[in-house]
Design a binder for this molecule. Structure first.
Ligand code: ZN
Length: 171
């Protein structure tokens, strides 16, 4: 168990669809624990394996930031089963430091995935939790929150990010 470095914008793993997990083994369990530590240290409400340079479909979510273990969710192969409503809220990403933009997301979702015991889990979520799920599920599909913005906004942010990468602010 250890904190892993979070990769940032420009790293190709962030824009690739991650591989499905066939079975939970010790390595996956260890990675999940390290992802949790990394997420709490960042701090963040959610983290996806591609953000720590692992191209597999694993996410961790905890709105309580480690305060209440009942809130902790670790899911392999997470996917959206259904979604309802819309909610426009400001969003950021640990892999895109210093950028916050309003993103339109569903207000309620049903998420399906596999827990660390290998059991199927169906989770209903709304509001912020729904948003975090959508954000992390996007990550395992190689999508970033800036991909959900208008083309104009996206190109402005891309320019800004390109500059940061060149000047070494984001590495
Ligand atoms: Zn993110």
């Amino acid at each position: 168990m250890s904190i892993i470095e979070i990769v940032t914008y420009g790293n190709p793993i962030l824009t690739k669809k991650a591989e499905k997990i066939k079975n939970i083994n010790e390595k996956i369990e260890e990675l999940a624990q390290s992802m949790l530590q990394t997420m709490y240290a960042a701090p963040g409400l959610g983290l996806a394996a591609p953000q720590v340079n692992r191209g597999i479909q694993l996410i961790t979510v905890d709105l309580s930031r480690g305060e209440d273990s009942k809130n902790l969710i670790i899911l392999a192969n997470p996917e959206l089963v259904s979604q309802e409503g819309t909610l426009l809220l400001e969003e950021g990403c640990l892999s895109i430091p210093d950028i916050q933009e309003k993103v339109l997301r569903p207000s309620r979702v049903v998420v399906k995935g596999m827990d660390l015991e290998g059991k199927e889990r169906i989770i209903e979520a709304e509001g912020l939790l729904a948003r975090v799920f959508c954000h992390e599920i996007d990550h395992v599909n190689g999508k970033l929150f800036i991909d959900r913005l208008s083309p104009l906004k996206k190109s402005l942010i891309r320019k800004k990010l390109k500059k940061s990468v060149q000047t070494g602010k984001i590495l």
